[in-house]
Design a protein around this ligand. Structure first.
Ligand code: ATP
Ligand code: MG
Length: 282
């Protein structure tokens, strides 16, 4: 299996004794994972959604996954979150085999899934409440996170009273509230308009770098994959396998706009388009 650590970390992880402190520790590992589903409806047809996927994400590493629709990207995240089990192989988070939902990971989806009857602050506190964190501590953490996402003035309003971009930012705060090690991001920006998307990508990238979070980011947006990650994994059409791994050896992982302006940005997206067989010849 490939050693974890993005392009910029390789030299640092050379000494195994310091690997953990320097970003070499594996936070999320897929070891030869296959997932089959029985097709809904009559008949007993089985489809293989994901086939023999091995990957590892190191501490503080952001790995993007791209691939055609239906190739099993969300299924991968489902298995990492513990909501679905692999048919073969294993998934490990922080060295422990995933065997159901656990506090080490957090999910963020395309839709914000905020609870409409709760204020923004109460939404951010929700996961902490379930985990029995005392009220004062919940409130302190929620307000601090909301402040760091520029939502301090909106803590006491309800989701319908703020914009889609702000709701998605609140969802980011909620995802981070219980301080998970691993973030599973399933097209978190795809429902947003282009400008809001750029702003939120910046917020996410800065936060991931500052808090040294590990993230597996699913996206259909090739530039987003390159702008936000240390490596891009490319999946084949179903049954989804990993067919290529592109290290993104560009600076500024915490500043996606700078990466978008980097002269080599186009090289990466072109390579990804070729791997995905997207015709860019006209
Ligand atoms: N619970 C399920 N039961 C049966 N089939 C499923 C289930 N979940 C996913 N599948 C099938 O597995 C395949 C992969 O689905 P998945 O949602 O992981 O794809 P995806 O890569 O995330 O697609 P998209 O890019 O459109 O979001 C699809 O063919 C889908 O129909
Ligand atoms: Mg999906």
């Amino acid at each position: 299996m490939k050693q974890s650590g993005g392009a910029g970390m390789e030299q640092k992880a050379a000494d195994p004794a310091t690997a953990s402190a320097e970003g070499g520790a594996d936070r999320l590992v897929f070891d030869r994972v296959t997932k089959r589903f029985r097709k809904p409806g009559p008949g007993r047809e089985v489809i293989t959604a994901v086939q023999d996927v091995s990957l590892s994400c190191g501490e503080a590493e952001v790995v993007a996954v791209i691939g055609p629709s239906g190739c099993g990207k969300s299924t991968l995240l489902g298995m990492a979150s513990g909501l679905t089990k692999p048919s073969e192989g294993s998934v490990f988070v922080d060295g422990e085999e995933v065997d159901g939902p656990n506090a080490h990971v957090a999910f963020m989806l395309q839709r914000d899934l905020l609870l409409p009857w709760r204020t923004i602050r109460a939404n951010v506190e929700f996961g902490l409440e379930i985990r029995g964190v005392p009220a004062a501590e919940r409130q302190r953490r929620a307000l601090s996170l909301l402040a760091s996402f520029g939502l301090a003035d909106f803590a006491d309003v309800y989701p319908h009273q703020i914009s889609g971009g702000m709701r998605q930012r609140a969802a980011m705060a909620r995802t981070l509230a219980h301080d998970p090690d691993v973030l599973l991001l399933d097209e978190p920006f795809s429902a947003l308009d282009a400008m809001t998307k750029l702003v939120l990508q910046g917020d996410l990238a800065r936060m991931l770098a500052e808090r040294r979070k590990t993230a597996l980011l699913i996206t259909h947006d090739l530039e987003e994959a390159v702008a936000l990650s240390d490596r891009v994994l490319v999946m084949s059409a179903r049954p989804g396998r990993i067919i290529a791994e592109i290290p993104v050896d560009l600076p500024d992982r915490d500043h996606p706009l700078a990466r978008r302006r980097h002269p080599r940005m186009g090289e990466f997206t072109k390579e990804l388009m070729a791997l995905l067989n997207i015709d860019d010849m006209h």
